[in-house]
Design a protein around this ligand. Structure first.
Ligand code: UTP
Length: 271
């Protein structure tokens, strides 16, 4: 069973500047609710019991969001507003499942994941990238279901336009399993159009084995001089670990870019 999830939150969020110059993007409201709460709700609904947040000193506001008891208690006493009480109770519920670890230098997603090494208990864990919202269907839940059938690793996949492949991690497909799932033969971080083996891109939901930490502790920086989780996953695939690509059925919202962030509120308001 997958009971632990990790969420890397230590990136700089430069694509959302100036919104992110003092404010973490994960707390920005999407249709009236901080983005990170959608991700936490997905985890809870998928049966996750513990979530590890990888933050940085610069993003401690995220921790403060969940630990503002003094303020809430005072306001609840003064205002007796049931809505505020309910919101506070929700925040306490979230907090009970969250652990914080620090990555103070944003060296890349792979380095962020490595910071959680000491806390991962089981053979596999879930990772969610909070910029990638998937609505209408719980992608993590579907992926856990697939994992439970065979204990293979699973990663979310989506078809992207060929001319945009250099922005994504791209899969080389192996054998098709069924309509939505296929074996991953390889994965390449941000390939050129010429070198891209398909137009199937990695989206931010991963079920990965604990053995990845061994690779992460040795891996060298890749594209853009960052330590990419995709490069460590590629190494696992080359070592014959089985990875399944899952073409999820929900709707993908890219909240890490300005256009996508603006659109996401509109899309969620239609639900
Ligand atoms: P991105 O590279 O897509 O986002 O990282 P970013 O760095 O936050 O934003 P831009 O590109 O400057 O606009 C994907 C996820 O990995 C986390 C980010 O917080 C984001 O959730 N991340 C990235 C880390 O935790 N540590 C890193 O070193 C890099």
């Amino acid at each position: 069973m997958i009971k632990q999830a990790i969420i890397p939150l230590a990136g700089l969020g430069t694509r959302l500047l100036p919104l992110t110059s003092v404010f973490p993007k994960e707390l920005l409201p999407i249709n009236g609710k901080p983005g990170i709460e959608y991700i936490l709700d997905e985890c809870v609904d998928a049966g996750i019991k513990e979530v590890i947040f990888i933050i940085s000193k610069k993003k401690e506001m995220i921790k403060n969001y969940f630990y503002n008891d003094g303020f809430y208690k005072k306001i609840i006493k003064q205002k007796k507003d049931p809505r505020i009480k309910k919101e506070y109770q929700k925040i306490i519920r979230y907090r009970k499942m969250i652990k914080f670890v620090y990555q103070n230098k944003p060296l890349g997603t792979g380095d962020a994941v490595l910071k959680t090494k000491r806390y991962i208990k089981d053979k596999f864990f879930l990772m969610l990238l909070p910029d990638d919202l998937i609505i209408k269907k719980n992608c993590s839940k579907s992926m856990i279901k697939i994992h439970n059938q065979n204990k293979f690793s699973v990663m979310a996949s989506m078809n992207v336009r060929k001319k945009t492949v250099s922005r994504w991690g791209i899969y080389k497909m192996g054998k098709k399993i069924d309509k939505r799932n296929f074996f991953i033969k390889d994965v390449i971080e941000k390939p050129t159009i010429k070198k891209a083996p398909s137009n199937k891109a990695v989206i931010g939901r991963y079920i990965i084995p604990k053995t990845i930490f061994k690779i992460l502790s040795k891996i060298k920086p890749g594209k853009g001089h960052e330590i990419h989780i995709t490069d460590a996953i590629q190494s696992l695939i080359h070592k014959q670990n089985k990875f399944i690509g899952h073409n999820f059925s929900g709707k993908y919202l890219d909240c890490g870019s300005m256009n996508g962030y603006i659109k996401s509120s509109l899309e969620i308001s239609k639900l």
